[in-house]
Design a protein around this ligand. Structure first.
Ligand code: FUB
Ligand code: ZN
Length: 588
């Protein structure tokens, strides 16, 4: 049990719990996402929306359960009961559930595993069922989960057909359900789906030859087939995961796949070694400074090494959440602290940029530069990100503390309290603005234990303290550095530019502070910097504002216009009036 108690993250949780969730349920109502379930229960009416709209309801239900585990809210209790009824009524006798396939594509269950998202949606439903089981809430939803797993095992288990979804998700959901309920069939099915993926002929590929699947697959041909040949890289179905060395394809799919595989095989050295290779490729060549991943809009995913375009970055909020989920699992599987550094980076920058201060508007993509035309929106036609942000923010505690042998590992110094392995603890900190933390508590485990925490700030790595039985208190020293950062020269867009970081926080400049377009400011990295009370950082530089002509001789740059401005934390951008923004700023 972990409770985030105060400070920065607690504020984010409260915004989501008190405003964001109600707003998102309203949007689900207004966009027929809930109506689809009502119609499916009756078996009549037109399905409205995209294949995967059911998943938005499931993710929001999961977020609502986390919220109820922490905040009292009678209106939300009623909402959850109603939604669970809708879902239970739309579930078939045999446990199958999908509103588009109940209403529109009748008789076509599993005809298009690559595109139809049935199993992806069921995976999100199963995660909500797992949350209900973990929190002891909603027997009815837990029963939905049991029936669903019975169906999945019958259909795709050892006595069923080989199959898995074009969009990974079910693998991690099955493993989570198994952990929560002890149902080993779910874990076996999760492993089976991971193991089958990437071997040819793929069960996804053969359906492209079926004329009756055409209608369902048509929008995915261009993504998955190249010259009419099945390559499968888009959905990581081109080779077995254990042979993969690079991060490829659709980035959310990739992240969920890595999570599901690790959940199934947390101690498998061959799998971990493959994931470490993919990780190295990704963090050294394919990840933005914000922890964002996915450089290309075309496939919502990875492209080539060092292709990290600032204005056109995709960096989907869901991909950032997926990377955070994978990072924490990698840290737990390997014991290496580097993974939690990426966790902090992606969560504090890419993920939090996805949600407004009031938690009621969202970025789907999170670029590192903007001309002023990119704004948060209150919802999207493809609305995977808003409910994913809500559930992640409310469940951060699941990713930041764990046991490893005798050690209690604190992966991130978020202010929290709880009990783990017989050790009660309270962590106090000023995270994410300052390194350092005080951890105190009471060891009732009956043996000596180790408190292991990252030495946040100056030096990286783990710091360890042995604690005896009884009361303990340890102080972790840490001081965040403020530093100008450059990128590898192979990243063409960043040549001659610098980014400002304070600890794990990436900063940016915005037109609303500058009074002119952000790309016209160049910064003096040798000049003084001042930390302001509101976490801004004040710097000096000059304005590149030229009133000559379109072109002019370089020696004639006679107008240096000194100027000072504030950098603001990147995650806060776009919370004020529209305007341009830059993370990578020209160096004077
Ligand atoms: O396909 C379902 C979700 O919608 C994906 O994860 C996102 O990238 C978006 O395409
Ligand atoms: Zn998304």
């Amino acid at each position: 049990m972990v409770r985030i108690t105060s400070g920065f993250w607690r504020d984010r949780m409260e915004a989501v719990a008190k405003k964001g969730i109600a707003h998102q349920w309203k949007m689900c109502d207004e966009t027929d996402r809930l109506e689809n379930f009502r119609k499916a229960a009756l078996g009549e009416g037109d399905f409205v929306g995209r294949f995967y709209n059911d998943s938005d309801v499931y993710k929001l239900l999961e977020a609502s359960l986390y919220s109820l585990g922490e905040f009292e809210d009678v209106v939300l209790v009623k909402r959850v009961e109603d939604v669970v009824d809708l879902i239970a009524n739309a579930q078939w006798e045999d446990g199958y559930i999908s509103t588009p396939f109940t209403l529109q594509y009748k008789g076509m269950r599993y005809f298009a595993l690559a595109s139809a998202h049935e199993l992806y949606c069921m995976g999100h439903l199963l995660e909500a069922c797992t949350a209900a089981n973990d929190l002891g809430l909603s027997e009815r939803l837990i029963q939905v989960g049991k029936d669903l797993v019975d169906h999945l095992v019958a259909e795709f288990g050892p006595d069923g057909r080989p199959g898995y979804c074009g969009h990974q998700e079910l693998e991690l959901a099955l493993a989570g359900w198994s952990r929560s309920t002890g149902d080993s069939r779910a874990m076996e099915l999760s492993r089976r789906m991971t193991d089958l993926r990437g071997h040819q002929p793929s069960p996804l590929r053969v359906q492209f030859d079926e004329p009756k699947s055409d209608e369902l697959l048509k929008n995915y041909r261009a993504l998955i087939l190249v010259d009419d040949q099945y390559l499968g890289e888009y959905c990581q179905d081109d080779m077995p995961l254990r042979e993969q060395t690079k991060a490829v394809g659709h980035s959310v799919r990739a992240m969920y796949q890595f999570c599901g595989a690790l959940d199934g095989y947390p101690d498998d050295p061959e799998l971990i070694s493959a994931l470490e290779k993919i990780w190295d490729n990704m963090v050294s060549r394919r990840m933005f400074i914000t922890g964002g991943i996915g450089s290309a809009h075309r496939n919502e995913g990875f492209s080539q090494d060092y292709d990290l375009p600032n204005y056109d970055a995709y960096c989907e909020s869901c991909a950032g959440i997926g990377l955070a989920m994978w990072s924490s699992r990698m840290a737990q599987a390997t014991g290496k602290h580097e993974y939690m550094e990426v966790f902090e980076r992606v969560v504090l920058n890419n993920v939090l940029s996805g949600i407004s201060e009031d938690a009621c508007s969202y970025h789907y993509v999170n670029p590192l530069a903007s001309r002023g035309d990119h704004r948060r929106e209150e919802w999207f036609e493809c609305a995977c990100c808003p409910p994913n942000l809500a559930r992640f923010i409310l469940s951060l505690g699941r990713y930041v503390i764990w046991e490893e042998g005798d050690a209690i590992v604190f992966g991130v110094p978020v202010a929290m309290e709880g009990e783990i392995g017989g050790v009660e603890y309270t962590l106090e900190s000023e995270w994410p603005w300052e390194g350092g933390a005080v951890i105190k508590g009471f060891n009732r485990s009956g043996r000596k234990r180790v408190i292991r925490a990252r030495s946040w700030g100056g030096a990286f790595g783990w710091t360890e303290f042995e604690i005896n039985e009884g009361a303990f208190e340890v102080v972790i020293e840490g001081e965040y550095r403020t530093q100008w950062t450059r990128s590898h020269p192979a990243v063409v867009e960043n040549v001659g530019r610098v980014a400002l970081m304070h600890g794990p926080m990436v900063y940016c400049i915005e037109e609303v502070d500058l009074g002119f377009a952000a790309h016209q400011f160049s910064v003096n990295t040798m000049g003084p910097i001042a930390h302001l009370d509101n976490h801004r950082i004040h710097v000096s530089g000059r304005i590149r504002s030229i009133d000559t002509g379109l072109y002019y001789p370089a020696w004639n740059e006679s107008n240096p216009y000194p100027h000072t401005t504030d950098f603001v934390p990147y995650y806060q951008w776009n919370n004020r009036e529209a305007g341009s923004m830059q993370v990578w700023v020209a160096e004077d």
